[in-house]
Design a binder for this molecule. Structure first.
Ligand code: FMN
Length: 182
């Protein structure tokens, strides 16, 4: 990631522990739009994730534009019995959907590992993300998949809102890990 052309911050990059502890789900975005090169670099980081038998069973769909996402939010909310107030995509300028390209066991886990790479790298690079589980019911509809170019046999697993942060939320903390056995 040496490209100065991208919006990714120049080296030195954040160390992995700082990224893990510092990343937050961001629900307020600036109007700055991540450029294609930046999104592609983040996807390249995502696919460095491990996968079962190195199958790399993922594909990525990118939706750009906060206005279109706003209209998608209205449609997605129709599939939620307890829809939240407002835009489920938090007015982010882009959504990256990590899809499993096979129904094989562990493909979904592999996609989630790619998602965590993506979110940590985005944070380290000065961008912001939020997983949008609320959009999955809508994304899984065959008509939605067709509309946004996701193949019939691919499964949307992990939708991630992407943009630049307009807030710096504190961590809500974590419960102590339950360690059941040494
Ligand atoms: C699978 C998954 C689905 C999520 N779905 C949503 C969502 O639909 N909307 C949202 O605002 N946050 C969503 N989140 C974000 C969580 O609420 C957030 O990660 C959690 O509160 C911890 O906060 P942190 O990420 O800032 O540490 C989701 C997180 C995960 C892992």
């Amino acid at each position: 990631m040496h490209e100065v052309k991208t919006q990714i911050k120049a080296e030195p990059w954040m160390d992995v522990m700082s990224a893990i502890y510092g990343r937050r789900a961001i629900r307020r975005y600036t109007s700055e739009v991540p450029d294609h090169l930046t999104i592609e670099r983040l996807i390249d980081v995502a696919i460095q994730a491990p996968s079962a038998m190195n199958r790399q069973p993922w594909a990525f769909a990118v939706i750009e534009g906060s206005e279109i996402l706003k209209s998608f939010s209205d449609r997605a909310k129709a599939y939620l019995p307890d829809a939240p107030e407002g835009n489920i995509f938090h007015d982010a300028p882009a959504l990256v959907i990590i899809c499993a390209i096979s129904a094989e066991r562990q493909a979904a886990e592999d996609c989630c590992l790619a998602a965590q790479n993506f979110m940590l790298a985005a944070y380290a690079a000065g961008l912001a993300t939020c997983p949008i589980g609320f959009s999955r019911f809508w994304l899984e509809q065959p008509a939605t998949k067709k509309e946004i170019g996701i193949a019939e046999d691919h499964m949307p697993i992990f939708p991630i809102a992407l943009g630049f942060p307009d807030e710096q939320p504190q961590s809500h903390g974590r419960r102590a890990a339950e360690i059941v056995w040494y």
